[in-house]
Design a protein around this ligand. Structure first.
Ligand SMILES: COc1ccc2c(ccc[n+]2C(=O)c2ccc(S(N)(=O)=O)cc2)c1
Ligand SMILES: [Zn+2]
Length: 258
């Protein structure tokens, strides 16, 4: 029979054809205009609590769109800040740009992009599992951390060293060592927060975004290691890069700040 190759994924400007919510009222990412962000004392009065354990990470997978570190959820909870309940970490992944470039992050700050952006995905414990939570307005909380190019990030190295082991879609390697994802957070815990969506299909408007103000530095080699991940391009298999959605209309939303 004719071997039909899986269609190369459509770019962000085509997603609305299959996912009309792409043109919705609370889409992500956005450009964070810092002068319009409103300091909300309530956020500091009830500080964001991040309590991850150091044995929660199970494996790294090449999803065909990013790397994904799957977490088993034991003791990896966040609460406080903009969150009205406890959320549990289910996975983390990233988005990045071209080799050596400065674009790659999904959120931008006063129009400034970073070479990559890490997403720590959590689901609301009021739901029975992430599948039930993923399309509810208060279902998910994602912590975004900007990566800037600089000195090597010792905490990210055990993960970035694994990318060469999962070059192709669905490749997976177990994480045999203890790993605490909190090491990927910047020291200063200030953030912007707003109501948005998944930044990839199905683009559900279910995410309370918590975007850390300070980037964390990773080395040029660690950014280059992201390109050990391969994916399907129109001209065949190639290095995975530019897997970021550009900023979407704010639609009058308020961005709050600590
Ligand atoms: C069981 O059904 C699902 C469906 C989707 C799930 C998911 C669990 C995690 C992430 N997702 C996502 O699709 C997803 C997609 C994008 C993002 S992002 N880039 O952080 O906004 C987060 C999460 C479970
Ligand atoms: Zn993401």
């Amino acid at each position: 029979f004719l071997q039909v190759a899986s269609p190369v994924p459509q770019g962000p400007n085509k997603w609305h054809e299959q996912f009309p919510i792409a043109k919705g009222q609370r889409q992500s990412p956005i450009d964070i205009v810092t002068s319009n962000a409103k300091v909300d004392k309530a956020l500091s009065d009830n500080p964001l609590k991040v309590s991850y354990s150091n044995n929660c990470c199970q494996s790294v997978t090449n999803t065909g769109a990013s790397f994904q570190v799957v977490v088993d959820g034991a003791g990896t909870e966040i609460s406080g800040g903009p969150l009205d309940s406890t959320y549990k970490l289910v996975q983390f992944h990233a988005h990045w740009g071209p080799l050596g470039g400065d674009e790659g992050s999904e959120h931008t700050v006063d129009g400034v992009t970073y070479p990559a952006e890490l997403h720590l995905v959590h689901w609301n414990q009021k739901y029975k599992d992430v599948g039930e939570a993923v399309d509810k307005p208060d279902g998910l909380a994602v912590i975004g951390v900007f990566f800037s190019r600089g000195k090597e990030h010792a905490g990210f190295k055990p993960i970035s060293d694994l990318f060469a082991k999962v070059p192709r879609k669905a490749d997976k390697v177990d994480i045999s060592f203890n790993y605490d994802p909190a090491c990927l957070l910047p020291a200063r815990r200030d953030y912007w927060t707003y109501l948005g969506s998944l930044t990839t299909p199905p683009l559900f408007e279910s995410v309370t975004w918590i975007v850390m103000k300070d980037p964390v530095e990773v080395s040029a080699e660690q950014l280059a290691a992201l390109r050990n991940l391969l994916w399907e391009t129109p001209s065949g298999e190639g290095q995975m890069c530019n897997n970021y959605r550009p900023p979407q209309p704010l639609q009058g939303r308020l961005v709050r700040s600590t």
